[in-house]
Design a binder for this molecule. Structure first.
Ligand SMILES: Cc1cc2nc3c(=O)[nH]c(=O)nc-3n(C[C@H](O)[C@H](O)[C@H](O)COP(=O)(O)O)c2cc1C
Length: 191
């Protein structure tokens, strides 16, 4: 069955990671009934600071783009049948808001809804090193059902570029969403 998902992009370094994942979703749109996308205000600011341009025309063409203040949107309510949510990248600030249930924007609210409805929530934090506060928040979220999936590139697939790393990581996030694409780079796939 086709999935309804939400993808949020927050103001952690590495906006390219979120952008790459969204482009992979657009290529494989046949798996989805609906893809909601939200950028936090800080994501836009960090992209600008890092010299990375976010192509909102592309996002609008392929996704249902939501405002991060729109608490009246479908994904703000548990009664909307969302299958899951990915926050990529996820700042440790958004992670802390979700861990404490403080829904100050639509991203936090939608993540909170996923947890209360026992739906899939995948967080891709980007921070190093991690303080005890970050680790405690991740532990708390993991116990509440979230999947903590930091961007840690694998090497067994022999990546030759940053794009290779982003692509394989995006494939693994899709696996976590329950969408298993055929891919020869998987470990020992032919044995
Ligand atoms: C250039 C730049 C890079 C940043 N990188 C990170 C980062 O890698 N991880 C992180 O958690 N926060 C990072 N921050 C801080 C967040 O943007 C900040 O905590 C913000 O409140 C996050 O808000 P949001 O989660 O609503 O997007 C960065 C900020 C700037 C300006």
């Amino acid at each position: 069955m086709k999935k309804r998902i939400a993808v949020a992009v927050t103001g952690a370094s590495g906006l390219k990671l979120g952008d790459y994942f969204l482009r992979k979703l657009a290529i494989h749109s046949e798996y989805f009934e609906k893809i909601f996308v939200i950028f936090s205000e800080n994501a836009k600011y960090v992209a600008q600071s890092e010299g990375f341009s976010l192509d909102f025309d592309f996002y609008k063409k392929h996704f249902d783009l939501l405002n991060d203040r729109d608490f009246a949107s479908p994904i703000a309510s548990g009664s909307y049948p969302l299958d899951g949510m990915v926050i990529i990248p996820c700042s440790v600030s958004s992670l802390a808001s979700i861990a404490t249930g403080v829904g100050i924007n639509l991203i936090h609210r939608a993540a909170d809804v996923c947890l209360k409805e026992r739906r899939k929530l995948i967080l891709v934090p980007r921070e190093t090193p991690l303080s005890p506060i970050h680790l405690e928040n991740m532990h708390k979220l993991s116990l509440a059902g979230a999947i903590i999936a930091p961007f840690i590139p694998s090497f067994y697939n022999k990546p030759e570029s940053i794009e290779d790393m982003l692509d394989f990581f995006s494939l693994r996030i899709l696996d976590l969403l329950g969408i298993s694409l055929k891919d020869e780079r998987r470990w020992k796939i032919d044995e």
